[in-house]
Write a new protein. Structure first.
Lengths: 300, 344
């Protein structure tokens, strides 16, 4: 029992002694909070594990990210605000964010549909499709950019020329983010109990209702995880779109291209400001997705 | 008749799950489909519910032809072995699901859900998630959910199969009482003969895709149509040219004055709880396998049975016995008229 308690635990506090009552209540709350936070003391092996995880995480992610944010902070609010509200940068950020959002929404629908087909249907070439889905993961993005340029650029064998348009940006995003939702939804879908759907059917639920009220809530966390990955990947994409989009300022230029041109001009502070903004947008979208997911998962 | 399945056949690839099965389930009764795993009983239940389609044959529910109806329109309640709970919904909303689908008003739904939760003793758990319930509680929730839509028939697929022995027994008694309270036509699948004998009004024994016998628990136990039914519903042992129940065999340790006793030697005597199990090797060279005999301790005590003791065995008049070599093919058609009595 911490020394905070002013009355012994079993003695009822004197009626007028509000301060003592309050302090006791606070102590109890603190104990409860501490118990919730730590659970029980770490064992030796889990301490070591946690330590390694933290060092690894810090070296790979936390330090670089803090360095970017720190650079931004060092250069002050004026610089940050000035950079991201500069018309060219703002246009690039808006294009990047809106395209990534659009592509993510599309991926959630298409990715779930592809996962559904892969899990529930049997067809010729299914194994092949399984492999092909992952190719965007494996291909260096600049190669992807080259392929897209030769297919959908000037002199396209398909007769489709979308070079130097915003559609090119969307297409490049779609290409590199395709596997995320498929790969997050697929295992969850495969693990779903058929029983549950049969139970809903025998209670009178139509196929659409079963999907909306039974399957969707179970898939929501996986769809959200895939969407978050897909959005974060899209917003930071460079290689796949840089060739096809033409990087026209105020038109098809994206955030990552902006960062590169700031760096090339030696303006590290501005580059850090754009990067920080992209980080913040990603964070906001991931949090928002999580909130939506919680609602869907509980609704049914 | 509430459920009429006529000439139902179903194959899964090469495996014949059901082979021309016809069953009539009477209204308001509790019927067990009993048989070994893989015998086709679950398939029959799923065909009745519309979760599986028969290759041939027809299903009528409450007089309507339901053969080609989807499960949504059959109005049957189905309870699964592994509960099939809607994990993201509270207990109350699980039970309300079918009513919400039917666009029942909010007040009526709430009222009905409360009634059902009282019935299955889960009122205080209404707001919990299924994951916070024990197995037995989850199954009661599943039962309430199935009953909520006032189904014409209630189908339970090995409802207690996933529960531990004690809970299974409790739930089994409770199901019997529940059925006496709400006499909805109920069919449950089980591979546990004790469960079927204890709970059911009628038993349909299914094996290898065919109906072996239909009847009341005592009829099946006392007058089995064939060796399979005899062996599946309780212990059976060979005595001479007949199959008999081990507890029916009359055993004496002094040379009996009458005829009809088989002489033999005790090969093993073991006490298991309240009963004594004895294996006897007959002198008759026709039977090499030992005869299993069970009796109470009180009966065994004066006989002083030890390994090597000489004993005489007899099947008393009126005991259940089946001449060996009678199988389903030459047995009278199950369910058709009175079952032949094999008692002597």
């Amino acid at each position: 029992m911490p020394t905070m308690t002013s009355t012994p635990p079993n003695t009822p506090p004197a009626p007028n002694n509000h301060a003592s009552q309050r302090s006791q209540r606070q102590t109890q709350r603190r104990i409860r909070r501490a118990a919730r936070a730590t659970g029980r003391p770490l064992t030796r092996s889990s301490s070591v594990g946690l330590g390694i995880a933290m060092i690894w995480f810090s070296a790979l992610a936390l330090l670089p990210l803090s360095a970017i944010v720190l650079t931004t902070v060092e250069n002050g609010w004026e610089k940050f605000w000035g950079t991201i509200t500069a018309p060219q940068t703002l246009a690039a950020l808006t294009l990047t964010t809106s395209t990534a959002l659009l592509v993510t929404a599309f991926n959630v629908v298409m990715g779930t549909a592809i996962a559904w087909v892969l899990v529930r249907d049997k067809f010729f070439g299914k194994r092949l499709l399984e492999v092909v889905i992952d190719i965007p993961f494996a291909l260096p993005t600049i190669v992807a950019g080259l392929v897209l340029l030769s297919l959908y650029g000037p002199g396209s064998p398909l007769g489709v020329n979308i070079a130097n348009t915003r559609i090119a940006v969307g297409l490049a995003f779609l290409f590199v983010t395709l596997p995320f939702v498929v790969r997050t939804v697929q295992p969850v879908l495969a693990d779903l109990d058929k029983d549950v759907e049969e139970a809903a059917a025998s209670l009178g639920a139509s196929r659409a209702t079963i999907f909306r009220r039974i399957i969707l809530p179970s898939l929501a966390p996986a769809m959200t995880a895939g969407a978050a990955l897909s959005f974060a990947r899209g917003i930071s994409e460079y290689g796949a779109l840089v060739l096809l989009s033409g990087n026209l300022p105020m038109n098809t230029e994206v955030g990552s291209v902006r960062i590169l041109s700031y760096l090339e001009n030696g303006d590290n502070a501005a580059a850090a400001a754009v990067a920080t903004m992209l980080l913040m947008v990603s964070l906001a979208v991931i949090v928002a997705l999580d909130l939506v997911q919680r609602r869907v998962a509980r609704r049914g | 008749m509430s459920i009429e399945a006529r000439n139902v056949s179903k194959r899964f690839g090469d495996f014949v799950a059901l082979d021309d099965v016809s069953v009539s389930i009477p209204t308001g009764r509790l019927t067990a489909l009993l048989g070994p795993s893989g015998g086709g009983k679950s398939t029959l239940l799923r065909i009745i519910a519309g979760l599986e389609t028969a290759d041939s044959g027809s299903v009528h529910i409450a007089g309507d032809d339901a053969t080609s109806l989807p499960p949504q329109r059959r109005n049957v309640g189905f309870v699964f072995q592994h509960y099939a709970a809607f994990k993201h919904l509270s207990v109350a909303r699980n039970v309300a699901f079918g009513l919400e689908i039917r666009k029942t008003s909010k007040e009526e739904t709430a009222e009905r859900v409360n009634e059902l939760l009282d019935l299955v003793h889960l009122r205080q758990f209404a707001d919990r998630l299924p994951s916070q319930l024990s197995g037995g509680q989850r199954q009661r929730m599943a039962l309430a959910r199935a009953l909520a839509v006032q189904p014409r028939v209630l189908l339970l697929d090995e409802p207690f199969g996933a529960l531990d022995a004690k809970v299974r027994k409790e739930l089994r008694d409770w199901l019997r009482r529940l059925h006496d309270e709400i006499p909805v036509t109920t069919v449950f699948v089980t591979h546990d003969q004790e469960e079927a004998l204890e709970v059911a009004d009628d038993i349909v024994v299914i094996n290898e895709g065919r109906v072996e016998q239909i009847g009341s628990p005592s009829a099946l136990y006392d007058q089995p149509a064939n060796e399979f039914v005899m062996g599946f519903l309780g212990p059976a042992t060979r005595l001479g040219s007949e199959l008999v129940r081990p507890h029916d065999i009359h055993i004496v340790s002094d040379l009996p004055p009458e005829e009809g006793f088989y002489p033999g030697v005790v090969a093993r005597a073991a006490r298991v709880g309240y009963e004594v199990r004895v294996d006897v090797i007959l002198d008759d060279s026709l039977q090499s396998s030992p005869v299993h005999v069970t009796m109470s301790r009180a009966e065994a005590h004066p006989l002083k049975l030890d390994v090597g003791s000489r004993v005489w065995l007899r099947k008393p008049a009126g005991a259940t016995a089946l001449p060996l070599g009678v199988d389903a093919a030459n047995a009278p058609h199950p369910g058709a008229g009175p079952i032949a009595h094999y008692t002597i």
